[in-house]
Design a protein. Sequence first.
Length: 66
Amino acid sequence: MEPKLEISPDFTLEDIRKIRDYTYEITNNMTTQELCDYYNKGAEAGFKRIEELKVERSKRINGTQT
C-alpha cells in the first residue's frame, strides 16, 4: 500500500522532507526500469500541463478567453 502524502497549506521545509520521504518509500524497491517509468510518467504529466498553461496564457494575451 502506498503511503499517504499530506502537505501543509503553508508549504514549509518540513513538507519538502515529507515529499522526499514519500518518494523514497515509493521508489526504494523499484528496478531501474520501474524507476525510469515512474519518473517518465510524472514528466509527461508535467510537460502536458506546461502546454496547457501556454495555451491558456496565449488565449488571455490575445483576448480569446472563453
